[in-house]
Design a protein around this ligand. Structure first.
Ligand code: PHE
Length: 456
């Protein structure tokens, strides 16, 4: 029997709040900004299919594993790994998994914040009526004006990091809970509204076909699809684990995981269906990269009834969605500092946020003065900027690797009784889950890794 632990950071008020918080972490720029542009870059159809398969077969089982580990450990991922390894009488070296998550969180937030800054600046651009009657060329040049100006990017990046630090400093109850209620359903509603606009463009079916008709795909695109499944569900770095540690013991983990994954996937698909019809209606390139939503949505807002208002609300909600994800990216690190260094949350958030802000400068510059400075790692990628490199290393390598070891830990290191006791689910569901995390998930992740480097 495990010793009874309680989290020193507090607990979610109820299960709904946990689901909202975890959904708040999952739904973010990954769904609305990243999913459409990487689907576009990787040819749509098959990419989307692989992504959906990864969500179902890899994402949901790992999410369950991560929540159950977190809830059993009831501490920051670093200390949870130590505590559980000890409880199961296994090698304390598992603690490195917690550390890798903390590093991945820093790195992701450092560029996430810069992109969230773009969304913030678009709130003001839309409000100023800048997009009325917008053409594809106009939207393009407004976007390039923004990213080519390091000062503006820096200012927004700084504002976003400060916003994140404030919420994290306020803590689980006052900060995190309040920030997530209400906003998610609103974002959902507005996405539906934009999808309805896209239906009026005459190119809706073309967009849908692009997203769902299978075509050829290579090993690298499969890796990107799998990496995105981790990224979009916030898996593999301890964000969901630390949220799980604030969940009280009586709630069902299985149901929560399925709900979170469903909500997250729906938002991504809606974003795709909102954006691709606009891409085709305006002769734009689906593979035009990270600027995709900023080059398409303004056209929609510039032409629909009440578009200015819809646009302002939309970008505001996108900022909120990014905000609720950002806080989960540094929560593991903050919780660790509070536990081990005896500092308060304010101090921990300022230090960690400050450091992340600094790393973010690299991303700020990679869209302008460092645009030509690129990196090539043989077998993995060629000519990526600072931003692209960080994104590639975190989403496609660190998160899947973290997820793989989380699955191995839950499946092979923890005793059956321990995981059974945490999951408390129907025997059939438990069996299916255990089979997936023992065999399917690890093998799938390894196969995708090998395929990406052309080893198989
Ligand atoms: N899931 C978030 C998104 O899709 C990003 C994220 C990744 C958040 C990892 C936390 C941890 O935008």
């Amino acid at each position: 029997m495990a010793e009874k632990r309680i989290s020193i950071h507090g607990q979610w008020t109820n299960r709904t709040v946990f689901i909202l918080a975890a959904t708040g972490s999952a739904v973010g720029l990954g769904n609305v900004w990243k999913f459409p542009y990487i689907a576009g870059e990787n040819g749509g159809g098959t990419f989307v299919l692989v992504y959906l398969l990864c969500i179902a077969l890899i994402g949901i089982p790992i999410m369950m594993a991560e929540i159950l580990i977190g809830r059993r450990g009831k501490q920051s991922p670093i200390n949870t790994m130590t505590a559980l390894a000890k409880e199961e009488k296994r090698n304390p070296g598992w603690v490195w998994l917690g550390w890798m998550g903390v590093v991945a969180g820093f790195l992701i937030l450092s560029y996430y914040s810069v992109i969230a800054g773009w969304a913030m600046s678009y709130v003001f651009r839309t409000a100023g009526g800048m997009f009325l009657g917008m053409t594809a060329d106009g939207a393009n040049s407004i976007f390039s004006d923004l990213v080519s100006d390091p000062e503006r990017l820096l200012a927004w990046h700084t504002i976003f990091m400060v916003m994140t630090m404030i919420v994290v400093a306020r803590g689980v109850k006052k900060g995190l809970e309040r920030a997530v209620t209400l906003l998610m359903p609103l974002l959902f509603g507005l996405l539906v509204l934009i999808v309805i606009y896209s239906m009026t463009t005459g190119y809706f079916m073309q967009g849908v076909r692009f997203l769902f008709t299978p075509g050829p795909i290579d090993g690298k695109a499969i890796l990107i699809a799998m990496g995105h499944a981790f990224f979009t569900l916030s898996l593999g770095m301890g964000a969901i684990m630390v949220y799980g540690s604030y969940l009280s013991d009586e709630h069902s983990i299985t149901e929560a995981s399925i709900l979170i994954a469903l909500a997250d996937t729906t938002v991504a698909l809606l974003a795709g269906m909102a954006i691709f019809p606009i891409v085709f209606a305006n002769g734009l390139e689906p593979g035009s990269g990270p600027g995709l939503i900023f080059q398409t949505l303004p056209i929609a807002f510039g032409h629909m009834q009440g578009g200015t208002l819809v646009g302002v609300i939309f970008f505001t909600l996108l900022v909120f969605a990014a905000w609720t994800s950002a806080i989960s990216l540094i929560e593991p690190a903050v919780a660790y500092l509070v536990e081990n260094k005896g500092v308060n949350r304010i101090y921990a958030s300022v230090w960690i946020g400050g450091f992340t802000w600094f790393v973010g400068l690299g991303t700020v510059f990679s869209f302008n003065i460092w645009e030509d400075k690129t990196l090539t790692i043989p077998y993995l990628f060629e000519n990526l900027t600072f931003f692209d490199t960080l994104d590639y290393l975190t989403a496609n390598i660190m998160l899947p690797l973290g997820g793989l070891f989380i699955a191995l830990f839950a499946a092979w290191v923890m005793r059956k009784e321990s995981t059974q006791q945490e999951l408390k689910t129907y025997p059939v569901i438990y069996k299916v889950w255990r089979f997936l995390v023992r065999y399917i998930t690890p093998v799938a992740v390894i196969v995708v890794f090998l395929k990406a480097v052309d080893a198989i």
